[in-house]
Structure formats: C-alpha cells, structure tokens
Design a binder for this molecule. Sequence first.
Ligand code: ATP
Ligand code: MG
Length: 437
Amino acid sequence: MTENTQKQPKPQKLVGVKGMNDILPPDSARWEWLEKRVRGLMARYAYRNVRLPIVEPTALFVRGLGEVTDIVEKEMYSFEDRLNGEQLTLRPEGTAGLVRAMVEHNFLYEGGKRLYYMGPMFRHERPQRGRYRQFHQIGAEVLGFGGPEVDAELILLARDLWKVLGLQDVRLELNSLGQPEERKAHRAALIAHFEQHADLLDEDAKRRLHSNPLRILDTKNPAMAPVVESAPQLLDFLGEASLAHFNAVKAILDANGIAYRINPRLVRGMDYYNLTVFEFITESLGSQGTICGGGRYDYLIEQVGGKPAPAVGWALGVERVLELIKEQGDEQAAPVPDVYAVIPDVAALPQAIATLQVLRQQGVSVQMHAGSGEGMGSMKSQFKKADSSGARFALVFGAEELAQGQVTVKSLRDGAGAQRLEALDQAPSWAQSLQSI
Ligand code: ATP
Ligand code: MG
C-alpha cells in the first residue's frame, strides 16, 4: 500500500535549445506558402533542387569559408564523431556543402548547373530578432559558367522572388571584389590605412589587421564606421577585365530596370568571393536588414579539390523574409479544412471514415473529429470544435442518417445552419460542392 502511494518526483520539463525555434501552426503555413512560391519560380528559371547533409567535415568550412571569418572563428557548432574521432560541423551555410557534393559526384562533368536548396543552417550567435542559432536559408547557385550574364540572372531571379512574395522596400547593393591579385595591392593599402588609425580599431580588427584586413570592412561595430568609411576602396584597384565584368552585370541590370547602389565597402562575410558581390537590404527590420546576399566564388570549387570551374550564387534568410512579409501586413490566411466530420458515436466510425477517404480522394480537405479513447464526446463539443476549425461544412454521421445510407451536410459559414442530406454511395458526385474554389 505505502509503496504505491509514494509520490514520484515530477519529471522536469525539457525545453528547446536557445536560439533554435519550433515552427508551429498557424505559422508553419506561411513557410509552406513561401516554399511553394520559391519552387514555382525556380522551375521558371530552370533551377533544380538539391538536398544535402546537415553535417559536413569541419575542414570543408575552415578551408572553404576562410579561417579568419566570423563563422569559422566563433560561430560553428563543431564536434567530434565519437566513434572515429572525425571532426564534424553542423553546416553554417549551404554553398560549401553544395560545391563539395558537386565535386564528389562529378556533376560538373557534363557542363554547367543551376541548382537551389532550402534548409536549416547553424551558427552560434547571440539570438535576437532576425538572428537565430538555427535558421533557414534558401540558396540558388550556378556552377560552371564564368560570364556576367549568370550573375545578372541570379539577381533577376531574386528580384522576381521579392515580387512573387509581395515584398516592398528591398534595395540592392552591389560591389566587385575583383581577383586575388588585385586584392593583394588593395590589401597593402588597407593595412597601411588601418595602421595609421590603429587607435580606432576594436579587438577583432586588431587581430585581423594582418591576417585578413578585408574582413575589417565587414564589421558590425558602429564605432568603427568612420575608419572603415575612409578606407581605400577595392574598386580603385580593379584591372580592365574585372571592371568589364562588373560593367556588363550593371548593363544587364540597367536594361531590366533594376535599381542598385554601388557600395564599395560591401565585402560579404566569407573569403570565397571574387568579382561580383551583392546584398538585398530592407530598412524595415532594424539592424538585421540583410535578407539575401551572394556573389561569385570562382575559386571555391578548386579549393574543395575539384577541377577549376567558376560559380556564383546567393542565399536568403527565410526568417527575415517572413518577418518582412509580416511587417508589411501582407498576412496570408491560415489554411482551413473544407469539412469537419462530426461523428456522434464510435459505432459510426468505420462507415464515416470510409466516406471521408472517398472525399479526400476527390481533393476535399477533411478534418475528422477524434475522441478521447472512451467515446466521441457530446454533439455540442463536437460542433464547437467544428466551428473553431474554420471549416465551411460539418458532415454529421448520425446513426439515423447512416441507417438510410446518408449523411447530413451542414453549412457552418455562409448561410450557417442550412443543411441537406447526401447519399454515402454518391460521395464522388457531391464532393466538389464542399471544396472552396
Ligand atoms: P549578417 O551580416 O546579418 O550576420 P551574414 O552576412 O552572416 O548576415 P550570410 O552568411 O550572407 O549572412 O547569409 C545569407 C542570409 O542568411 C543573410 O542575409 C540573412 O538573411 C540570413 N542569416 C544569416 N545569419 C542568420 C542568423 N543567424 N539568423 C537568421 N538569419 C540569418
Ligand atoms: Mg553573420
């Protein structure tokens, strides 16, 4: 007796990891809405989908993104495989993994590729609005083509996406990082400039002054703005070929009525970029205003061990894009079922469910009432749930109707209360009348 009544300690409630969000209904419907539009648009540009591992060898990111970058220095979730000691990392971005996969599968052997991906990325940052530790990116990448036309195509694609999603007030910033030799000369000038103003540099900048001075331009520290503003500009160090590439991209954008601003200090956060870099920025999201960033990365494929081939791409932050849609008040209606099935008694379940299956096959969205395990619950409570489901119709599988081979169809919204009887064996013929157009 005593041992049974003794109180067990209540299990402690477990909570999710800080900065990693659950995406639940009704919010998840907005994600599906966005993903559907992205897929449609990608198809119109003939980009094909890839799905890649979330875990990659740590070396891929260290080598690909650059050792002296925010991501590699501070933000990676890295761990050791407990069986073989392999160093692994939760992907902080998608480009390096995509390039790794393309090289591994000789995908570029048959020529250039246009690809896109969607999925979670992981960075150990300080969580705040628009900045999370697990966040989601959609990326578009074009591998194997070196011309400015694909840089422009990717920008047109992103622009079209903002249109399809109804986004306003997104501006485009553009720059060219030139080629590695051009950056060498700029680097020397940059170091000289920052050495002259060493007292204005923060700790990160001091540390990076000789290892990766370009990264200093990417600082988020407002106190450093003046010294960054007055720094020598890469554009002044570009040779003829780099300038020609930049001008060709701009000419295509101009011809397509795409406005942009040249931002000579735009360098992006990873080392793999060269030539064209760009960001789409909004003022509506505070300091987390960059919704999409990208550029050329002509040397990454070789760096990952592939045969040298040029490439260019971008990635957008899904959370930020959805936040912007919300900010603009363009709320999508949450999806509701067409029909809520009210089932007064468990005895009606087999026949009711068989009918619901027929309706679903006809494309009707059906939410079935589910009981407690001890019964189906009162009609009153079932109708309450039918109402709150948002369904336009209730199907009532009462015992009397069923005995006649029929079901009651009751309107819950327009002309609420109106009802009619339908024959169970004729379900395919009346299914359409339940569907919202
Ligand atoms: P930021 O300067 O805001 O840190 P980033 O340059 O590190 O961005 P990228 O690596 O270029 O970002 O990633 C592309 C996009 O992914 C960003 O423009 C942003 O929309 C989104 N993004 C990046 N980091 C996060 C994060 N921690 N949480 C949510 N979205 C993010
Ligand atoms: Mg960042």
